[in-house]
Design a binder for this molecule. Structure first.
Ligand SMILES: N[C@@H](CCC(=O)N[C@@H](CS)C(=O)NCC(=O)O)C(=O)O
Length: 204
């Protein structure tokens, strides 16, 4: 399998943390790609018409995307059990969707500041994206802590990658303020070897 990969993409990081946690890094070859909406690379476009990373190329079927599909596929492929069955499974998938929603909003904020010309920026729209992140963090603190503190699953990995990206690109916003339980949980998951090995470095 070949994974279209960028070291700063938090969606790619979800897949990489899964590979670290399951000890299956050697099963996937990494292919670097740094797509932006205005510069879609040809080789990535050929596999994923949306030209986004991650995309997983397989020998026995079309390429898979997006990160949620790839993580669910690899989980089944490796019998990893990161998507539990029953009621906790639906919670896990909802938690992953919440984390991906944080990422979608945070990435739009990043693109707005890093890619859009100064005279075309819209502060209210940026603040609207931040409000989504802020409400999601409030919900994590208020109703998701017991799930986050339970057995490891993909929802937790996704939340950790999302908070890591908010730190990386929007750290000055101070998401930890008033969210002590979430901050404490994040400090412990962030120190796991899988998270330390996938920490983003400068780039897009
Ligand atoms: N929903 C997708 C989002 C993936 C995504 O937006 N990736 C970014 C990099 S962090 C990207 O490839 N952006 C290029 C573009 O938007 O054209 C997922 O979960 O994989």
């Amino acid at each position: 399998m070949k994974l279209f990969y960028s070291p700063t993409s938090p969606y790619v990081r979800k897949v990489m943390v899964l590979l670290h946690e399951t000890g299956r890094l050697d099963d996937v070859e990494l292919e670097s790609a740094t797509p932006t909406p205005i510069a879609p690379p040809d080789d990535l476009k050929a596999q994923n018409p949306l030209s986004k990373v991650p995309a997983l190329v397989r020998d026995d079927g079309p390429a898979l995307f997006d990160s949620r599909v790839i993580c669910a596929y690899l989980d089944e492929h490796f019998s990893a059990g990161l998507y539990p069955q029953g009621p906790r499974g639906w919670e896990t998938r909802t938690l992953e969707a919440l984390a991906d929603g944080i990422l979608d909003a945070a990435l739009l904020m990043t693109y707005e500041v890093r890619m859009r010309p100064d005279d075309k920026r819209w502060d209210d729209w940026i603040e609207g994206q931040w409000s989504k992140i802020s409400r999601a963090c409030d919900a994590l603190e208020a109703i998701w802590m017991s799930h986050l503190q339970g057995p490891q699953d993909m929802g937790q990995i996704a939340v950790a990658c999302a908070l890591g990206y908010v730190d990386f690109r929007h750290g000055a916003r101070g998401w930890r303020n008033g969210r002590d339980a979430l901050a404490e949980w994040y400090a412990s998951i962030e120190s796991r070897p899988s998270m330390a090995a996938t920490r983003p470095a400068e780039g897009m």
